[in-house]
Design a protein around this ligand. Structure first.
Ligand SMILES: *Cc1c(COP(=O)(O)O)cnc(C)c1O
Length: 392
């Protein structure tokens, strides 16, 4: 900051208090109902939220679990993933996507992203089966042990599902959609979570539909899978104390369900506000002559619905711009600074820097801007002015 310059405004990356203020009474009433009932585990609010989420995502079943991470884990357990099985996914995601695979002793096969959308590139999925390039030595010797693919709908935009489903059908893969950032996202008019065999959702507070703690949901259109997930979340028991499967303790709290049910009523309005903010930024950056010269704004795939869990730009001189944001009181974050294939815990998988060039470039060049629904025009203008000033 130049001498004497003041932080004139505070623009956090996300302001949950601003949202809470608008729904406080509704939430408190809903929480009180649970407190009065003292029915904390699998209370009626869980079932009622499951029905609403099933409807919202256009799925036959929705099953509450303790987190988005557990949703992924339970989906993999439901298809009986065993040590030595392999699962294809993107390295450019939150850790949980790869972590769920590893926790079952399975091998993540990371494939690079499309640099425009930051989502998994179907061409690279196909390359795994033809053992091209980096995949040559990595794929289990009989391709048959590759069991599933986990596309992630990153930042709230759908991965390119048609070719993914085609490849999956050709090779007999289960498709598990990581929808943690994408509730209400659409691909060619279809809600994510209803396109593959499973959808895995998160109610972590910073997601578009966030609880007041952890929570998650698994969606599926398959009755058998739904039944397995329901049993697995209660230690694999059915009836109680009789165990056919070794499951886990992963239920959605009644309190969380009661809160999320209230917030679901507002979700579409909030997602539209995020989209409006994205459009506002896009045209402001365009007008300022920053686009493509200094900034690459998010690419929206035509025919989809992007819910902007994050608004991520590729910025020239990113680290210095982030430092400027900090001086000016603007929140920002890198999603994600280290792609999974080069995380320390995955060293034994044998990947090296350079293997996934698009993911690695994105990790070095991108940053998130505040996009939350309650942002004011003054706050957005302050963000834009700060960036304009920086590149001058
Ligand atoms: C948040 C997130 C998860 C994990 O969800 P939790 O509820 O935090 O366990 C998984 N995948 C992606 C892409 C996420 O953003």
């Amino acid at each position: 900051m130049r001498k004497g310059e003041k932080i004139t405004m505070n623009v956090p990356l996300l302001d949950l208090k601003a949202q809470y203020t608008t729904i406080k009474d509704e939430v408190k009433q809903s929480v009180d109902t649970v407190l009065d009932s003292q029915h904390f585990i699998m209370g009626p609010q869980v079932k009622s939220l499951e029905e609403k989420i099933a409807k919202y995502t256009n799925c036959k079943h929705a099953i509450g679990v303790a987190s988005g991470s557990d949703a992924l884990l339970v989906a993999l357990m439901a298809i009986d993933i065993k040590p030595g099985d392999a699962i294809i996914t993107t390295p450019y995601t939150f850790f949980a996507t790869g972590g769920a695979i590893s926790r079952l002793g399975a091998i993540p096969i990371f494939v690079d992203i499309d640099p425009k959308t930051y989502n998994i590139d179907p061409n690279h999925i196909e390359a795994v089966f033809s053992k091209k390039g980096v995949y040559g030595s990595r794929v289990p010797s009989s391709g048959s042990r590759i069991k599933a693919v986990i596309p992630v709908h990153l930042y709230g935009q759908s991965a390119d599902m048609d070719p993914i489903i085609q490849i999956a059908q050709r090779h007999g893969l289960t498709v598990i959609e990581d929808c943690a950032q994408a509730i209400g996202t659409e691909y060619k008019g279809r809600r994510v979570g209803s396109i593959g065999h499973f959808g895995c959702f998160s109610f972590f507070p910073s997601k578009n539909l966030g609880g007041f703690g952890d929570g998650g949901m698994v969606t599926t259109n398959n009755d058998d899978y739904a039944e397995r997930v329901r049993v697995l979340r209660v230690h694999g028991s059915k009836p109680k104390y009789y165990h056919k499967l070794v499951g886990m303790n992963s239920r959605l709290d009644t309190l969380q369900a009661a809160i999320i049910e209230v917030k679901l009523r507002h979700l579409d309005k909030w997602s539209e506000a995020r989209k409006k903010n994205a459009n506002w930024y896009n045209s402001a950056f365009e007008k300022a002559g920053l686009v493509d010269r200094h900034l690459i704004t998010p690419y929206e795939v035509p025919g989809g619905r992007h819910i902007y869990n994050q608004y991520v730009v590729r910025a020239k001189n990113r680290d210095a711009l982030m430092a400027r944001f900090k001086e000016k009181g603007i929140g920002t974050e890198i999603y994600y600074p280290v792609p999974l294939h080069i995380q320390e815990c995955f060293t034994d998988l044998g990947y090296k820097a350079g293997d996934m060039p698009h993911s690695e470039a994105a990790a070095k060049e991108t940053m998130a801007l505040p996009i939350y629904p309650e942002l004011t025009t003054e706050q957005k203008q302050y963000v834009v002015d700060t960036i304009k000033e920086f590149y001058k």
